[in-house]
Design a protein around this ligand. Sequence first.
Ligand code: GTP
Ligand code: MG
Length: 410
Amino acid sequence: MSTFAAVMTGKGTGAIATIQLFGPKSKTILKKIFTPARDKSPTLEAGKIHLGRITDGEETIDQVTIGCESGNSFAINCHGNPLIVEMLMQLVKKHGAKLIAAEQLLAKILSEQKSLNTIAIEAKLTQPKAKTLEGTKIIANQIESGLTKTAQQWLDKIESIPLEEIKAGAAEILERSQIARLLIAGCKIAIAGPPNSGKSTLLNCLCGTQKAIVTDIKGTTRDWVSAQCRIGRLSAELIDTAGLGEILMATAVDKAAQQKSTEILQAADLILFVLDNNQSADQFDDKLLDKFSVRKILTVLNKSDLPAKLDAKKLPSVLSDTVLISAKFQTNIDTLINKIQDLIANRQLDLHTPVCFTSRQEELLEKLKNARSKSSAGAVISKLLNGQIFRHCEEAAKRPTRQSQSQNTL
Ligand SMILES: Nc1nc2c(ncn2[C@@H]2O[C@H](COP(=O)(O)OP(=O)(O)OP(=O)(O)O)[C@@H](O)[C@H]2O)c(=O)[nH]1
Ligand SMILES: [Mg+2]
C-alpha cells in the first residue's frame, strides 16, 4: 500500500492547518523531516503529541506538532499560511507520499477501521458536507440506529420476516429519504416570471444582500444569478433566472441564457413564479408554463404596496397557490418563507428514522424494493452494510480534485 498525504483543514488562510500522513512509510518520512524540540529520537508511538520543526535539509519550514494517531497515521499540525502548507505537502511528496484530497484520505482511514460498516463510513464522509444542522443529525443517527439498525435487523431475521415486509420497508425508506435529501444536500429554488416583476428584488430580499442587480429596465437580468441562503429550516440555492417573457423574440445571446434558465427550472425543487400584482393577469405568455416540469410552483404576487390590478382567479390552475408580498418593502416575507418550507419539506422528520443518503444506498434500496426472492434480498442487504463505499469516492481517487491538482502542479 502507498503512503498518502492530504490537507485535512479548509482551503485558504487559517491560524493552523492539518496535514494527515497515512500509510506504511509515514513514520519513515516523518523521521527524515521532523526534528523534535526535546526528545532527540522520539518513537512516534500512538497516542503521543510531539512539538518540533519540519526541515528540508538545513532549512526550517515550520514549527509544528505531530499527533501520532496510530503506527501509520500522523497529523502534522502546522501554521495555516497556505504557502507553508504547500511547501510541507511538496516536501512529503518528495519523500514518497502521494498527495490526495482530504475526502479520499478520510475514506482510506475509515475503511481500515474494521469496526465500521459501509453505511457508517459513508455517514462519516457525508456528514461534514450536510447543509443543515438537522441534516448532520440525521446522518449521524444512521450509524448506530437508523439505516444500519434496520438493515441489520432485516439480515438477522431474514428467514422469519416476510419478503413483502422488507420490500415495503425499503420503499418507505426511499420515500422518506426525499425529505432527508433536501435537509442534507440543500434544495434548489428557481425564481422565474416576466421581466420587471421583481425577481431580483425578491432574491436580494430573501438572501439579505444585494446579489442581483435591480433596475426598472425590463430584462435587466440577462444571465442567471444564484445565492446560497437559509429559508427557515432549509438551506437553499436561490436562482434568479433571466427574464423569460420575451422568449419568442429571443436573440442568440438571449436564447443561450433562456436555455440555461429552462435547465434550471427543470432541476428546481420549487419554482417561485413572480408576478407584478400591479399589472393585469395577462402580463406573461402562457407558453412559459410549458417550461415548468416540476409540480411545485408557488405564485408570488409582488408589489403589494401598489394598487392591485391582477385578478388571481384569472390565473391558470397551475398558478393557483399564491402569496401576496412586497419584495421591495419586505412585507409578508414570513408567510412566504412558511409557504416555501411547507411546499419543500412539509413533514417533520424523526431524526432517528432510517433514511438513505448516498446514491449507492439509494440504488441498493431500489433493488431491494424489487427483490424477487429472500436470497437476493439478503445479498442486497449485505451489500448495503458491507459493500464497497460509494462510487464517486473511488472515481475521485482516480481524478484529483482541484485542491490536490494545484498541489501537484505547484
Ligand atoms: N413598488 C414596488 N416596486 C418593486 C417591488 N419589487 C420590485 N420592485 C421594482 O420593480 C423593478 C424591477 O425589479 P427587478 O427586481 O429588477 O425585476 P426583475 O423581475 O428581476 O426584472 P428583470 O431582471 O428585468 O426580468 C425595480 O424598479 C424594483 O425596484 C415591490 O415590492 N414594490
Ligand atoms: Mg432581474
